[in-house]
Design a protein. Structure first.
Length: 248
């Protein structure tokens, strides 16, 4: 429903959500699968005998739930998510050396069903404050997306543009900029959600719309986030450090 709501139908198109858990869903035009089941492959809504359209689903359990945990336990009392984002923006890319693994919401399929938990690495008591931890949490969530996206790209799905509804973690400018920066993908935000996808899909199915192009002619693009070339190396270095802790 989410991919459909974002008009994601063709090979190479990507849909994402980032609520309590997170999803990256890409469309593949060839029959392929991950032998270790880090990601799952399904027939997409427009798959047909003469038109291969397979949806490759990456699901990450520990996403927005980490951000909400940080809000309850680390951030100043009474702070809003918007205020948290502004506080996190005061810390540099890479959170001055802190890496957070966001996997505290159960076993992760992309880690071969291991439950490694959430962990924080690199804290310096004389250097780091709340802003560094808040930023490291959001970066850790994004880096888990990048880890899974790398698997999807190995399956032949180039991730160059990510479609998402402007909701949940995608409301955070820091989250969006980090995702664009570490993946090199353009982020496009739309005014939609899964319920819209269900309604549009029903309309296509019963013939109210002749096809998806007619159904989504009114889909409103709200914002486009381009990766900042100048920051690419800083994001790459932070991700490499984060990935080191995942592999330990």
């Amino acid at each position: 429903n989410n991919a459909l709501s974002l008009n994601v139908f063709n090979p190479g198109e990507i849909a994402s959500t980032a609520g309590t858990s997170g999803v990256v869903y890409g469309v593949n035009g060839e029959v392929n699968y991950d032998p270790k089941s880090h990601v799952n492959t399904f027939a997409h809504v427009n798959h047909a005998a003469g038109q291969t359209r397979l949806g490759v689903l990456l699901c990450i359990n520990g996403t927005g739930i980490l951000n909400s945990w940080v809000k309850r336990t680390v951030a100043p009392e009474g702070i809003s998510y918007n205020d948290m984002n502004q506080l996190a923006a005061q810390a540099p890319i890479g959170s001055a050396g802190i890496s957070i693994l966001p996997f505290g919401n159960g076993a992760e399929r992309m880690l071969e069903n291991k439950e490694i938990g959430c962990s924080i690495h690199g804290i310096n008591f004389n250097q780091h404050g709340k802003q560094h931890i808040i930023r490291a949490a959001q970066e850790g969530i994004v880096f888990s997306f990048k880890y899974g996206i790398d698997i999807m790209e190995q399956m032949g799905i180039p991730v160059q543009k990510i479609h998402a509804g402007k909701a949940n973690m995608f409301l955070s400018p820091l989250f969006r900029e980090t995702l664009a920066g570490v993946t090199g993908a353009v982020i496009e935000l739309y005014d939609t959600d899964g319920s819209v996808g269900a309604a549009k899909g029903a309309g296509i199915g019963v013939g109210i719309y002749k096809d998806n192009n007619e159904a989504f002619v009114t889909l409103e693009k709200l914002e486009v986030i381009e990766p900042k070339v100048a920051d690419r190396q800083a994001y790459a270095d932070a991700y490499a450090r984060w990935k080191h802790w995942v592999m330990c």
